[in-house]
Design a protein around this ligand. Structure first.
Ligand code: HSE
Length: 433
């Protein structure tokens, strides 16, 4: 049988990794797919060769349309990044009857509903394994592997850059800004590091995982997003002292009131496997009602891990080429006409435990006033730490039991009004997982 022809948009780190894998493992991939898979066309402004590959048999162009509309090409691999041109080219590829494989989490997170609808109408596939957690097949896990389960919740370290920064802050006691610079020098951070450190990249990925897990449309605008920029070495140290690690988590949870979708720094007990995922590595913990907890760990970025996910998608697409489009695995795991409009909860409605840190004047009764406010708001205390006072100032650190975020906000406001409190209260959410 003739090989399947692939046109690739972008030959940077991930594009190069994809071509490398298709060339190096060509025989194994053909045995799996039932046909060869070859990149015949590529649109690239510049070719980055982080890994070895040959462009001898690839028609190179600078015009995206040349690739996307070429009748010879069966599948387009979209690696443009961003959402404007990527959306335009993906929809054009679909219009031209081509299947699309993409690594673009922002594109799927924000325009996925429109793209999947267009693909369904045209009877083509759009695959996006590489969009979440790089080389970890977490899309396949939530969409297919756990299909027997009602997924209750998932929690993931899904941004390697943030995880690298938090790991370095803990290991070396460094300040956030110094480690960010190191992450940029090492090439981990996205071109715009804001996407990593402000939690946007993780929110795009969480949007996708929540849809696959709960059968809801993609709703990026409803994710609560908080990054890691305000974490201080002090918080990292207190977490340690209390038996926790600070991890930047994406959490999606089904509750009786609706779905929680939130991305924020989180205290995690140090004994949990997730708390021990360090450096740029990613991991996602998924809880299904039948299977219990499953943990998926691996490289979340890089030429070969991300290329591995793209090639796996290509193999899937090739295997399903001759199937009836109605019988293929649905893009969002659930049949499109069964997606649920279950409400997404605002962060005020979320229930979790908290770490609170405040600077106080070392005066009689300040701690009593703080604990009084907490008890008035039905907030039960799990642990208290007071550092030796210095120059009539002291620091109080508290861990609470689970409580509604709305109630914690009321309590924090009241605490900040107290005469003995200096500045604002630092707050971080805590999950026992
Ligand atoms: N910037 C992302 C990360 C790369 O740090 O995880 C993969 O999406």
């Amino acid at each position: 049988m003739k090989p399947v022809k692939v046109g690739i948009l972008g030959l940077g780190t991930v594009g190069g990794g994809t071509v490398h894998i298709l060339q190096r493992n060509a025989e194994e991939i053909a045995r799996r797919a039932g046909r060869g898979i070859v990149v015949t066309h590529a649109c690239a402004k510049e070719i980055k060769k982080q890994v070895e590959f040959s462009t001898d048999d690839i028609v190179l162009t600078q015009q995206l349309n040349d690739v996307v509309t070429d009748p010879e090409i069966d599948v387009i691999v979209e690696l443009l990044g961003g959402t404007t041109l990527a959306r335009e080219m993906t929809l054009l590829a679909i219009e031209n009857g081509k299947h699309v494989v993409t690594a673009n989490k922002a594109l799927i997170g924000t325009h996925g509903n429109e793209i999947f609808k267009a693909a369904q109408e045209k009877g083509v596939m759009v695959a996006f394994e590489a969009a979440v957690a790089g080389g970890i097949p977490i899309i396949k896990v939530t969409r297919e592997g756990l299909a027997a389960n009602k997924i209750n919740w998932l929690a993931g370290i899904i941004n390697g850059t943030s995880n690298f920064i938090l790991t370095e802050m803990r290991d070396k006691g460094s300040e956030f800004n110094d480690v960010l610079k190191e992450a940029q020098d090492l090439g981990y951070a996205e071109a715009n590091p804001e996407f990593d450190i402000e939690g946007i990249d993780a929110a795009h990925k969480l949007t996708i995982l929540a849809s696959l897990s709960f059968g809801i449309p993609l709703q990026y605008d409803k994710v609560y997003v908080e990054g890691i920029t305000k974490i201080t070495p002090k918080d990292v140290q207190y977490a340690d002292e209390l038996g926790y690690r600070i991890k930047h988590l994406g959490i999606a949870k089904r509750t009786e009131k609706g779905i929680e979708m939130r991305v924020h720094p989180t205290f995690v007990p140090h004994k949990r496997l997730l708390a021990n995922v360090d450096g740029v590595m990613n991991a996602v913990l998924v809880n299904g009602d039948m299977v219990g907890n499953t943990l998926h760990y691996g490289a979340g970025a890089g030429a070969l891990p991300t290329g591995s996910a793209i090639v796996a998608d290509l193999v899937d697409v090739v295997r399903a080429l001759t199937t009836d489009p109605g019988n293929r695995v649905p893009h969002l795991a659930f049949q499109p006409n069964t997606l649920s409009d279950i409400p997404i909860l605002s962060i005020d409605e979320v229930e979790t435990a908290y770490y609170l840190r405040m600077n106080v004047l070392d005066k009689l009764g300040v701690l009593a006033q703080v604990t009084n406010i907490l008890s008035q708001n039905n907030i039960s205390i799990e642990a208290v730490l007071q550092k030796e006072p210095r120059d009539e100032h002291a620091e109080i650190v508290l861990l609470t039991h689970t409580v509604l975020e709305k109630q914690v906000n009321v309590a924090i406001q009241a605490i900040e009004q107290l005469g003995g409190i200096e500045g604002s209260v630092t707050r971080m959410r805590l999950e026992t997982l």
